[in-house]
Design a protein around this ligand. Structure first.
Ligand SMILES: [Zn+2]
Length: 86
């Protein structure tokens, strides 16, 4: 059974898989954060994302992407991905 998991950067439920292992290293289509579940501490540097989670969240607020370089790859969240629908 598929589950929908919350992206820890943008907060939308964009990651789909049967288990948390299935979504490991998936890239969020809304903010382009790579799901490196071992780096859950906001102030810790994420090697996969080349920044800390705190920086990614700040960038998402300012640019609608975790990195300004990725703004052309992201999309707006869908209804089913909104926190109130999960
Ligand atoms: Zn995201």
């Amino acid at each position: 059974m598929e589950h929908r998991y919350q992206c820890k950067c943008c907060g939308y439920f964009t990651l789909e898989g049967e288990t948390k292992e299935d979504i490991l290293w998936d890239i969020c289509p809304v903010c382009f954060w790579e799901n490196d579940i071992f780096e859950d501490v906001p102030g810790k540097y994420s090697g996969a994302n080349h920044m800390t989670l705190a920086q990614g969240r700040e960038n998402y607020k300012n640019y609608s992407a975790c990195d300004p370089k990725h703004v052309s790859y992201v999309r707006v969240p869908q209804q089913k991905e909104l926190p109130e629908n999960n």
